[in-house]
Design a protein around this ligand. Structure first.
Ligand SMILES: C[S@@+](CC[C@H](N)C(=O)[O-])C[C@H]1O[C@@H](n2cnc3c(N)ncnc32)[C@H](O)[C@@H]1O
Length: 253
């Protein structure tokens, strides 16, 4: 199993740019946010440091324990499946970073989650999802290894992210974390399937669940190229709002 401490180092870059982008996609500065699949809690921590109240949902017990140990009092982290775990309340901003929604490989699970999001966001609230989209993009990723190294407090972590194959429309993805404390590298790897949607399909799911696209585009770090729509390919950030029908409480499929 991947160690959350090693994960936190591997993905431990400064969250300021992500927070700035999330806030910039909101109609007004958010006061209460919900992170889907919050992992180690790095983004919730950055929001808390700016005085924004945060709630997270996370499936991995180890990640939840780690996040709770890092985050200040007042930030709630719930253990559970984001598409099912009970969580009442409403939020100015609901977000899913870094391909998190692609973990919901079954359409029923994705749609259940999207319907919950449409209910969670306040009438002027925003849902931001950051994920890769597009068949041509996924095909071009097969076998390509993305490797980087980060370190903290004398511990070095080399991460390798690789799509091994596309099977049944899912990207079989491998994450290898090699940790060095002193002389030797200690490798741990995990494999998981990620859904592979094109933008039009993903937006159809969202629309059917009461969410309407409002902004976003293709992410070319650190910039967001602002042209959202069904032709998007690659790493995308989409900003959505509850559609008018949802705000009036009409039934959805
Ligand atoms: C790519 S990581 C992103 C972590 C964090 N959002 C960040 O940006 O650092 C995806 C996270 O989603 C969690 N996850 C996957 N499926 C989930 C589910 N069905 N419900 C809740 N969390 C889930 C994983 O355990 C993992 O921590």
């Amino acid at each position: 199993m991947i160690d959350p401490g090693a994960y936190a180092i591997a993905f431990g870059w400064d969250p300021a740019g992500e927070i700035h982008r999330l806030v910039g996609l909101c109609a007004s500065p958010p006061r209460r946010v919900l992170e889907l699949g919050c992992g180690t809690g790095r983004l919730l921590g950055a929001f808390a440091a700016r005085g924004v109240a945060g709630v997270g949902i996370e499936l991995s017990r180890a990640m939840v324990d780690y996040a709770r140990g890092q985050l200040p009092d007042g930030v709630e982290v719930h253990l559970g499946d984001m598409s099912r775990c009970p969580l009442p309340g409403s939020f100015d901003l609901v977000y899913a970073s870094a391909n998190t929604l692609r973990h919901l490989v079954e359409d029923d699970d994705l749609r259940r989650l999207l319907r919950r999001v449409a209910d969670w966001i306040r009438p002027d609230g925003t849902f931001v999802v950051d994920l890769e989209l597009g068949r041509a993009h996924f095909d071009s990723e097969i076998g390509r290894a993305n490797t980087w190294t980060n370190s903290r407090d004398g511990v070095e972590v080399r991460a390798t992210w690789r799509v091994v194959a596309i099977e049944g429309g899912r990207a079989i993805t491998e994450l290898l974390l090699e940790t060095r404390r002193g002389g030797t590298w200690d490798p741990v790897s995990t494999r998981f399937p990620l859904r592979c949607d094109d933008a039009a399909t993903f937006l159809d799911h969202a629309e059917a669940c009461g969410l309407t696209l409002r902004g976003g585009g293709i992410l070319r770090e650190p910039e967001l190229l602002d042209r959202p729509g069904p032709q998007l390919e690659g790493r995308c950030v989409l900003a959505m709002e509850a559609s008018r029908a949802n705000q009036q409480g009409s039934p959805r499929p």
